[in-house]
Design a protein around this ligand. Sequence first.
Ligand code: NAP
Length: 345
Amino acid sequence: MNYKRLGNTDLKVSTICLGTMTWGEQNTQNEGFEQMDYALDQGVNFWDTAELYAVPPREETYGHTEIIIGNWFKKTNKRDKVILATKVAGPMRAYLRGGGNNYGIEKMTQAVNDSLKRLQTDYIDLYQLHWPERNTNFFGKLGYEHDDSSEWNQFEDVLGSLQKFVDAGKIREVGLSNETPWGVSKYLELSKEKGLPRMMSIQNPYNLLNRTYEVGLAEVSVRDKIGLLAYSPLASGYLSGKYRNNQMPKNSRIERDGSFWTRYEKPNTNKAVDAYFEIAKKHNLDLTQMSLKFCEIQSFMTSVIIGATTMEQLKTNVESVNIDLTDEAIKEINEVQTIYSNPCP
Ligand SMILES: NC(=O)c1ccc[n+]([C@@H]2O[C@H](COP(=O)([O-])OP(=O)(O)OC[C@H]3O[C@@H](n4cnc5c(N)ncnc54)[C@H](OP(=O)(O)O)[C@@H]3O)[C@@H](O)[C@H]2O)c1
């Protein structure tokens, strides 16, 4: 396994992070346990979850993934072996603390306490804001229309609340998710000016079908030591190649919940995946591993958050750290990107 520092902290996290959002929906607790045992054995010391999980989010499964992780900590007594990241949800439907914004002190205090309880731990290593409260573009939204009419908690107040959790020993570090260059820069500026906790990571999408992070945020990541935690590195599974040629594997994410996962269902998805498949074949690589490795080697990357629903997938994904991408393969990948430029932004 490879390791990198999380932001400018002393935490050394594996460059493969264990994603968990299928546990409690697509995967059972026992399957989650098996994944955690295996991942830790392979040196994957960095795990990502959220209060909102399992996904697709439903009232009945809210918090279930954290409960599974908490049960594993209790069973194994291995809490101290893991650098654990979780998230407080952004504005939500009524079932979550009455709906609406969540980054005010009262609701966030409840969120952090509830997460700690479900996780059966007294600290969270990285506490992330799942998505912005203000109206802006994220989750693939294009066509920016400025609309500042809705209420959102000011960043300084949010950082002040996070400071209280740090002081109480409930969280160690803080991070952002689904943020924009403006949001990240503003948070960093305020932390410095006011001596408030500093955001240490940006958890945004990054994969061969969506390299939009390279414009804007990549520079912020490197210059300001706030690396990317890349989610959906396989574009929800499309970059494994299993949906090629109109295949729809039974119990796959798209077969189960295709109407929820529309982000990668775009006109040029299949053409781009076919082109990447040919590159992988030519270089004797597995397409999944080539896709993950491409993410891992980026200068702005801290860790690639993998998601697996079977042990076979998990092994393939973890082992992607051991492959090499030649300069020629990278050049060919970049050529495809110029033809099918970010088909799924
Ligand atoms: N911050 C956020 O807003 C956000 C959003 C999304 C995800 N995340 C985090 O990032 C993690 C990973 O995201 P993701 O699940 O979207 O990642 P992904 O790698 O893009 O997609 C994972 C899906 O691809 C399929 N897959 C994975 N490995 C495979 C393999 N070797 N061969 C064939 N199919 C394979 C599996 O689906 P099936 O078996 O079901 O087909 C799996 O559920 C999540 O668990 C979560 O922790 C965060």
